[in-house]
Write a protein that binds this ligand. Structure first.
Ligand SMILES: [Zn+2]
Length: 503
């Protein structure tokens, strides 16, 4: 990343950004949500948000004034992501392929040019109708990772390589044997440690280029990744399973919380609901028993760690809250990840015990991707309006699918159903300032905070011009469309430009 902006030199004056059209979006609520004037002191902290007139009345000292061309927004906080996606590095994402035939053709061609001995592909989804025959027709070992990352498909060659039975018991997370195999193969067969180090740093840099200035990693797969993560250029908060944290008590201090899983994902029909999936006689899977979840929570309490649990289906969410209620007086900021299809009663219960939900606006897309397996339930994925109306605290993250401030805002303002819609101002708030409720860090353009922000060359409102029906599940295409609609001209950390996005 280049450092070409003039304000990177040693400064003594405040820098003042002025936008007559109030195109400075702070992430705050109320009258300072959009302001005319933002001032940054020589230490890179926000020292003022408000009208230009009151700035002039308050600060007599000379300042460097910049007229905002386009818009400035607080840097996004991705409160649910995963560094281990970095492992996926140069693995092709196949979401653009529309059926089994296209996938088969792609595999044949890619197998010939693929630089690895094993063919990895990611973002396989239900439209690909993966079959063993299709995977076995590829001449190399194939590992296909499902979009939800809760499932992976291995062809016979890959199965033989992975020697499923030899994966040590403690590495088997819940009933994710196949996924564990995929991870095992990724790590042992393809990527050396030096590759991974580079990949993790690049992953963080890419997030930064997309307007993300802090990340919560909700599942450090292996605590030994820590030294690699510590080299990344943006702030982070880390969560890992009790098993991982127990392995290395010496590194516990670097972790914010314990991550548990109550259920799986919708696409793999493992999210646990009260009612069966449409056209099937099953309602998902519990990954943890009440006893296991309690053990995780008690471990967290004992070690002054936060508690965080993945829960997507209504029954999964109900069970998490049953357990949280048993320990409600000792929990530290209990988090509930995804909270996609909660019952009204459980929304109230979460609020009552002081819990905070972390939702993913991009998953509102599942309302149409998974319409046939969800039925009527598709309308209650991401009940943002209900949460906002009830004043239940929550924040947002991406789960890495894909990450980026613009993507998060776009999905928030243009969902399929009214119940899922946020205003642009609300979306800015829940992806910045609101995340401080999930973990201790600064967020948003608030006085006293580091001036971490994104400079767009057009007004943020341009996002409203994105055609509703065009939102695509092809991430690369979406990124290109967003680059045209609302280009990012610079990312600023502590008031300094760290990249012009010109690479
Ligand atoms: Zn996740």
């Amino acid at each position: 990343m280049s450092n070409t902006r003039t304000n990177n030199h040693y400064r003594t004056k405040n820098i003042v950004y002025v936008s007559r059209e109030q195109q400075i979006w702070t992430g705050q609520r109320g009258e300072n949500a959009r302001v005319e004037c933002l001032a940054i002191d020589p230490q890179g902290k926000v020292c003022f948000c408000g009208t230009q007139q009151s700035y002039t009345e308050k600060f007599a000292s000379p300042a460097e004034i910049h007229e905002v061309q386009g818009s400035i927004t607080a840097g996004g906080i991705d409160a649910h992501n995963h560094f281990w996606f970095a492992l996926l590095g140069d693995i092709p994402c196949v979401s653009h392929l529309q059926n089994a035939q296209q996938l088969g053709e792609f595999l044949q061609t890619y197998a010939q040019t693929c630089p690895h001995d094993i063919v990895f592909i990611c973002n396989v989804n239900n439209t690909h109708e993966i079959s063993q025959t299709l995977l076995d027709s590829c001449p190399k070992p194939v590992v296909a990772i499902h979009r939800s990352f809760h499932k992976a498909y291995l062809n016979k060659k890959a199965q033989r390589l992975s020697q499923i039975t030899q994966i040590p018991q403690q590495d088997i997370i819940n009933n994710w044997q196949v996924k564990n195999c995929a991870m095992h193969l990724l790590r042992s067969e393809v990527f050396a440690e030096e590759y991974l180090q580079k990949a993790i740093v690049n992953f963080a840099k890419k997030l930064l280029q997309q307007g993300i200035v802090c990340i919560h990693d909700m599942f450090i797969y292996d605590v030994n990744f820590l030294p690699m993560i510590q080299k990344i250029p943006i702030p982070y908060r880390l969560y890992a399973s009790r098993n991982e944290l127990q392995k290395r008590p010496d590194v516990q201090q670097y972790f914010t919380g314990v991550k548990s899983f109550i259920d799986g994902a919708i696409g793999t029909q493992t999210a646990k609901f009260h009612d069966n999936y449409a056209n099937t006689s099953q309602n998902g899977i519990f990954y943890s028993s009440i006893e296991q979840l309690l053990e995780d929570i008690d471990f967290a309490i004992e070690n002054s760690l936060q508690t965080s649990c993945h829960g997507i289906g209504s029954l999964g969410i109900e069970r998490i809250l049953d357990v949280y209620e048993m320990r409600k007086d000792s929990l530290i900021k209990p988090r509930l990840e995804h909270f996609e299809c909660p019952t009204e009663r459980d929304i109230d219960r979460l609020h009552h015990i002081g819990g905070i939900a972390c939702l993913q606006p991009n998953f509102s897309q599942d309302s149409y991707d998974y319409a046939t397996i969800l039925g009527e339930r598709r309308k209650i994925i991401n009940p943002f309006r209900q949460l906002i109306d009830k004043q239940v605290p929550f924040a947002t993250g991406s789960d890495g699918m894909p990450s980026g401030l613009r993507e998060c805002l776009l999905w928030s303002i243009k969902p399929r159903y009214e119940e899922q819609r946020m205003t642009l101002q609300e979306a800015m708030h829940y992806s910045t300032v609101a995340t401080t409720q999930l973990a201790d860090h600064e967020a948003g353009l608030c006085v006293g905070n580091d001036a971490n922000f994104v400079y767009f060359s057009k007004p943020l409102d341009e996002l409203h011009n994105y055609p509703n029906e065009r939102i695509t599940s092809n991430w690369t295409e979406l990124r290109q469309q967003l680059d045209e609609l609302l280009p990012i001209s610079g990312i600023y950390l502590q008031g300094k430009c760290v990249g012009d996005n010109d690479e």
